[in-house]
Design a protein around this ligand. Sequence first.
Ligand code: NAD
Length: 339
Amino acid sequence: MHTVLVTGGAGFIGSHLVHQLIGRGDCRVVNLDKLTYAGNSEAVAEVAGDRNYTFVKADVCDVDRVADLLKRHHCNAVIHLAAETHVDRSIAGPGEFVRTNVQGTFGVVEASKQYWSNLPADQRDVFRVVHVSTDEVYGSLGDDGAFDESSPYRPNSPYSASKAASDHLVRAYHQTYGLPTIITHCGNNYGPWQFPEKLIPVVIRQAVAQQPIPVYGDGTNVRDWIHVSDHCRALHQIWRHGRPGEVYDVGGGGERSNLDIVKTVCQSVDTVLGRSEPSVDQIQFVRDRPGHDFRYAIRGEKIRSELGWGPEVTFQEGIRETVAWYLDHRDFLQTNPLA
Ligand code: NAD
């Protein structure tokens, strides 16, 4: 039996990871989450009564609290997802991103170092800290090429800069203290429980309400999309079989323009609701986001060849399931993104 401290486990990706880990039957999960506007207890309600699950409302910036939890629960891994994640919010107010993403990651690696350095040798060898980061740290691509683990860091938004800073801290804790850390970079995730300020739930909400569907610029920006369950399988594989001190980029092959995403989601909503008037007519191009990266793409060769991981959910199938889920959870879709 493993015991994993998951930070940010009440968020979008974290809640899926918590379900996957508990579902395996060989993991106890301690979910540390501050429950900010983006955290949602409902997303983990199904496991709330499970004997292998513990929820703790806490802040990753609190080093003593994180260290105490690691010790109290005899953890042998940390998967660190807690973060501020919305790029637009980082442009309007970068301070909270620096606090949560940089200071919070310091909290996690410092507490992990204190705990890990006092473990007996056999437990030290298996302990891992997996830091969940983003392909946005690499900046923007032109029409060709793809990021890989040796791509230089060129973050362009306060969000990606704060994630890049957190990556550097994690790397430094490995290089300086030998803490067994692994860094991951994933592309854009989609699936149930994504907070309704992000592109796909926004499109579904606006399409359902027959309201304007905002698309930045001309919609040609490209992202590498992945279903959240595929990302969580990758995180498990990286934790169990990845090499300490390494970086693994997660994704590959999911490139789509924003406009393509919006049109696919609109068609899916129309099909489910039996609409004859196409929702794509509601698309409204709006002024581009400042510093908007043009294109992200992930090569994904290392994780495929070294860990045998590859995505399993096709985009068509994943979008159909995601749209159906949001249409069944319209209260969540209406959560006020500005609250
Ligand atoms: P999210 O915004 O849905 O959830 C973040 C969670 O962190 C929330 O539950 C929130 O309550 C919690 N949190 C925030 N500040 C905290 C603090 N100080 N202490 C404890 N908990 C705190 O985020 P997400 O989309 O699930 O992303 C999770 C991680 O994955 C982030 O680190 C993000 O950078 C990374 N990531 C996300 C994507 C994506 O497409 N969503 C892609 C690549 C990487």
